[in-house]
Design a protein around this ligand. Structure first.
Ligand SMILES: Cc1ncc(COP(=O)(O)O)c(C=O)c1O
Length: 460
């Protein structure tokens, strides 16, 4: 592979002389004013917005500009969405063309949808041969659950602690629902089990390494004793995004695939966050050579245009016939154009390799941070899905939420637009980013961690 094949395309290049550029300490006066007006009505804001109420005006590639004219390096891609940078000309043009031509035709065939279907079948691993399109990740997950039931004739679902799958009833039932927001009532037949977390393992072997087999044994016991023997599917995120870029050990998914086959349970990977280039593969599961039976894809799929997908392997695709699969917006021409153009851009610009390359340089840079900062407990990445876990005490791995909050705000003030969560600094830069911009963003985080350690009295 020649070096220039993974070099940044102009769309991902940031002129570091002009970005980041903080003209007025953010959130500046214009941001505050817009935010006050908007937030008067727009309720239920995320913690990130509450902690840093900046108002954005435009995005261009890997740069964001706020209403005060401050320029930021984008380290979040919206929320794992604009994987190919903001307003990529090919994608914007494709959407605009279809916005002028035909906006909705229910689920009648259109040429652009046909071309998208053919493209999906061609690029995806394994024998994915049936697709449906939706307008949110949670809708795709719900459709995936219906497919699992229709394909197996069974009803119960297994999912994992700390997974996140969306905010409708079925999706919420596959996650922790103690929050009143989620109604506190799980759908019948939804079960949760622990999954191996490479940094915080529940079960380890005598040599201290993670004991993946123990998890699989537990699933078997749970199947016998915790369910009514009517399990349709095991639904889980390949890497937990909302949970904080939490990585599984490499043997987990191959073993889980084998287990599901032995027990006649279908495996559904929720790749809404991890799919379509984010980790350097079309599907994150490809890192472990595992093909799930059903997969949900969203976020970066249309690079900002709301379009999501459920893909089903050939043997199960007729199940779509039983679930009343269509929806008002699913597969509309603008959505199909966005997803098709995004897929073509990834291919044409060789961006899967680029995401892997960026992940490698980010990992090295983060390991340096871990060596230099006491509060950095763990650093991890798969392509452009990255995380730094902040702890009060490395041995006890005590989460350091206050530090997370401070690092978030300090780095933002320096010109890094991002969305960490609590004590875990989550990063998801566009995969088109150039190396220097990525390293500049990492420098800003490094500085912010150093200042936070000093402020909280945690320097070595
Ligand atoms: C893994 C996963 N599944 C589903 C969803 C829900 O997607 P949406 O917010 O588009 O409904 C999300 C959103 O963050 C997600 O991360």
């Amino acid at each position: 592979m020649s070096t220039n094949r993974v070099s940044a395309r102009s769309w991902g290049t940031i002129d570091l002389n002009t970005c980041p550029n903080i003209r007025v300490t953010p959130p500046g006066p214009q941001s505050r004013q817009w935010h006050q007006r908007c937030a008067h009505y727009f309720k239920g804001l995320s913690s990130q917005v509450k902690l840093f109420p900046v108002a954005f005006e435009r995005g261009e590639g890997c740069m964001l500009v706020d209403v005060d004219g401050n320029r930021y390096i984008d380290f979040s891609s919206g929320i794992y969405v604009t994987t190919l940078g903001h307003c990529h000309p090919k994608i914007s043009e494709a959407v605009a063309r279809h916005a002028r031509q035909l906006m909705n035709a229910h689920d009648f065939t259109t040429p652009v949808k046909t071309m998208l279907m053919e493209k999906l079948a061609a690029v995806m691993p394994g024998d994915f041969g049936g697709f449906q399109l939706y307008d949110s990740g949670t809708a795709a997950v719900e459709a995936g659950l219906r497919v699992l039931r229709a394909a197996t004739g069974h009803n119960e679902m297994l999912s994992c602690f700390h997974d996140f799958h969306g905010k409708t009833y079925g999706a919420v039932s596959l996650a922790q629902i103690r929050s009143p927001v989620y109604g506190r009532v799980r759908m019948p037949g939804a079960h949760m089990v622990p999954r191996p977390d490479a940094y915080r393992p529940l079960w380890t072997k005598s040599d201290g390494t993670i004991d993946t087999d123990r998890y699989i044994e537990f699933y078997d016991q749970y199947l016998e004793k915790g369910t009514v023997g009517d399990v349709a599917g095991f639904v889980l995120e390949p890497i937990q995004g909302w949970g904080g870029s939490v990585m599984p050990p490499d043997d987990f998914f191959p073993k889980l695939r084998q287990y599901c086959d032995q027990r006649h349970i279908l495996l559904m990977a929720d790749e809404v966050l991890t799919g379509w280039g984010r980790t350097g593969k079309w599907l994150c599961m490809e890192h472990w050579n595992v093909v799930p039976d059903v997969v949900s894809i969203g976020k970066g799929f249309g690079n900002g245009f709301p379009v999501t997908c459920v893909a089903v392997r050939e043997p199960y695709k007729e199940s779509f016939e039983k679930i009343s699969a269509s929806s008002s917006y699913g597969g509309n021409p603008m959505a199909c154009a966005a997803a098709l153009a995004s897929t073509e851009v990834i291919e044409e610009e060789n961006l899967l390799e680029r995401a892997l390359h960026l992940g490698q340089i980010a990992q090295k840079r983060m390991e340096r941070m871990k060596a230099e900062h006491r509060i950095v407990g763990d650093v991890r990445s798969k392509g452009c899905l990255m995380g730094i876990e902040l702890v009060k005490d490395r041995a006890a791995k005590t989460p350091f939420d206050k530090a997370g909050e401070l690092v978030y705000q300090k780095a933002f003030r320096k010109g890094l637009a991002w969305i960490p969560a609590g004590h875990i600094l989550r990063m998801s830069p566009p995969i088109v980013m150039d190396d220097d911009a990525l390293l500049k963003g990492m420098d800003l985080i490094d500085e912010a961690i150093g200042e936070t350690e000093k402020e909280l009295g945690y320097s070595w």
